[in-house]
Structure formats: structure tokens, C-alpha cells
Write a protein that binds this ligand. Sequence first.
Ligand code: ZN
Length: 76
Amino acid sequence: MSTSSLITGPKDPVPVGRCDCCGQEIYPDDLVHVIDGFTVCPECFFDFAFDYFSRDLVPGSALKEENHGDTDTTGG
Ligand SMILES: [Zn+2]
């Protein structure tokens, strides 16, 4: 009697990387953001973006300095 090994079934996908923020595994079918070499999953994107652009974060009072010398116009 001859036996043949026939193993079929859904094969577990191999993770291709990990999110640099939360460390969750990234699979080939997943969509991720790659920003400056950082791999960021969609769930971490907002927190990452907020921190990434934190250097551009300024108080509202800072806008007044850039908004000088403008004449006020009235429309009618
Ligand atoms: Zn993440």
C-alpha cells in the first residue's frame, strides 16, 4: 500500500513586516503607510502623523504674526 501525502488547505500568510508604532504584523495584503522609512499601519497613522507634523504645530496666536499688513475689505 502506497501513501501519498496530500496536504491542502489555507496556508497562513507570512508577515512581511511589522508596524513601527504598535508592532503588529503586516501581511502582503495589508495596506500600510511608509513614511521616511517608517512602516505605519492605518490604525497608527493618525497618531504617527500628528507626531510627525508636531514641529508644524503652533498655537493660534502664531497665526497673527503672519497675518499682518492686510487691509480689511467690506463686501456688499
Ligand atoms: Zn500600528
